[in-house]
Design a protein. Sequence first.
Length: 507
Amino acid sequence: MEPETWFSNPTTLGILDYGVLSAFLAFMFGLGFYHGRKEENTSDFFLGRRAIPWWAACLSFVATEISAMTIIGVPATGFRENWNYAQFFIGSAASRVVIAFLFIPAFYHFNCTTIYEFLKHRFGSQTQYAATAFFFITRVLASSVRLMAACVAVAVLIGWHKIPVIVLFVVVGALYIGHGGIKAVVWTNVVQAVAFLVAGIATLGYLAVNIDGGLAAVGSIAGAAGKLQVINWGPSLAEPQFLKKFFTDPNIIWVAILNGFFGSMAAFGTDHEMMQRLLTVETRKASQRTMLLSMVGSFVVLMIFLSVGTGLFAFYQQHPALPLPAQLDKVYPHFASNVMPAALRGLVLSAVILASIDSPLSSLTASFVTDIYKPLIKADADEKHYLRLSRVSIGVFAVLLGALAYVFSHVDKMLWVAFKIGGVTYGSLLGVFLLGLLTKRPANKANIAAMTAMALINALLLYLSEIKALPLGWSWLVILGTLGTFGLAWLLSPVLDRDLHRPVPAV
């Protein structure tokens, strides 16, 4: 596509739609810039001086967890498949309890700016550096997929080519996060959370009114097609291919719960993108309350957008003449753009754009400056230097995310792509954190060896499963990586760290 056609593709959006979007954006950026003013040091920039209200941190956490990936991907999953995805939340909810009472006390005990500082105190600097590298790989790739999903949806809605949409998001994210740091991020997240809740509820209302028979018809149509199935019990023990089916289907309830537990524990407890929000509140108890209450917000959003997917399926069953997008991942923005009336279209557009503007720029920069630059490159600079570096780093990471988002823009079934990326490395991170939190085993070099080995093994397993050479579902990767990293580090530490006699700090 030539550059002159980047902005001239057809769109159904009108003045009213753009008016809704402009109002949300103005309020969001006004709030973010107001709260993000007067950044004086990296404590301000990365932690908000631990002065963020717990309820705002909770909404920020939910908004970051949800993102445009959920707003676009979950309705598409409900449309194409069923409600099996909800099974993951059972394990996810359990993991939040563990994080609240095992992880958070340790991070506050050591007054961590990033959670990888805990690994330095517990094991040594080498483990900290290795975990930081794993975080960078995981977060940059997964966030690029999330950005890509958002840009594709926005391009459908406003009639732009994906390249200028990616550029727009990169520039906007770099500007407001570079200005206000984590405070700007948290307060804009609050507006984002409200926007996609309102958009989801409004979409459900529109579907209920415009489907013949209302909600009863949705239940009847979707139920007959198997779209309302929540629990997938999997094959019976008597089936001849029981093991193959058990290890290849990620939606079997026992596998889904295990994956939700380990995957969420890794994503929320060992990924600084999520945990950074929980470190901005003043006390450990407030942080724990924030984590526990996030279960309520996340569950409500999940139910809303799975319901949207089911409603869309019923709507298109009643209107078979209406065209569907070539990629069903775009079914929700396609429906908003081509079916929903003015103002409601703008509301959905606002939800997608606002959820897309959030990015990992603050957490990536915090980890780079705190875990790499200060200890390895320049440890004796003043706070003004580190603050300037932080703002420059945000710009660099923004460009990197944009470039990778373009690379991922041709990928289908994006909801699962993000999980698969995390599956390769999250287990290594979670395994070493659990070793530090649950045992007093001294280790450092052993941690690096175990993390690297399991990441390589998981990458190989994922490749073999993708080419159908190995009957193993991607959902097992985090579980295997966690157990493997924990076990290998435990076994290797007497050999690789036999000279390590550092006392294990109390948590």
